[in-house]
Design a protein around this ligand. Sequence first.
Ligand code: ATP
Length: 243
Amino acid sequence: MSAAALHVRGLTAGYGPVTALRDVSLDVPEGACVAVLGGNGAGKSTLLRALSRTLAFHGGAATAGTVTFAGRPLHGLPPDRVVVAGLCHVPEGRQVFARMTVEDNLRAGALTAARGGRAAAVRRVHELFPVLAERAGQRAGLLSGGEQQMLAVARALMASPRLLLLDEPSLGLAPLMAARIADTVREINAQGTSVLLVEQNAALALRLASHAYVLEVGEVAIEGPAGELAASDEVRRRYLGVV
Ligand code: ATP
């Protein structure tokens, strides 16, 4: 078993009477970028919340299945211990602390002592996102949408995750900004951080990922190497808008 691989088996989760994920199994090998595609309500965000153990904040719970990371079971851990274990979740919707400065947002991300030290983590995110160094003293709420998304990703990187869980990082961004975010995700992955990328923008996700899963009504409907999915008629018709 590789050191920082994620293995999900038979995961079932929901919100009270609503079952949002049913018997989902997937793997993120160490160092990989894996995509999860699917339409509205397919269960993508629920999957990431189940992995980061934050479902309870949304009134949900995982009811069956196992999740192991680096050989350790994650079920039963509180969310902060999941971060310490090496998983960081960037939720949908650029949830930065709007009234705090960019710099203080980054500090907040390093509360769980970054592996290798906070100063090194700040240097790394400033190299990845130079605009955050330029705007260090500015309130986060004054950044553009794309810059706020960069800050949300950067804040998660401050904890030096081994696996980054990204929920729709391109959502609502102009194509040029979405492409910049995608370039940065590729760079983060190339530097050795594994990525589990949830996206409705299937074309973008299949360019970044080596392997992909398609969720439909809470279940894995299709999975395979990203290149095969990008070439599949069904995926092209249903998710890439090719007629
Ligand atoms: P989207 O791209 O629209 O966010 P998604 O694939 O991320 O979709 P989820 O947000 O995981 O899908 O939702 C899966 C199902 O769970 C949907 O039926 C949704 O209505 C339901 N759901 C999501 N969040 C909650 C919640 N907090 N309480 C009750 N039901 C929820």
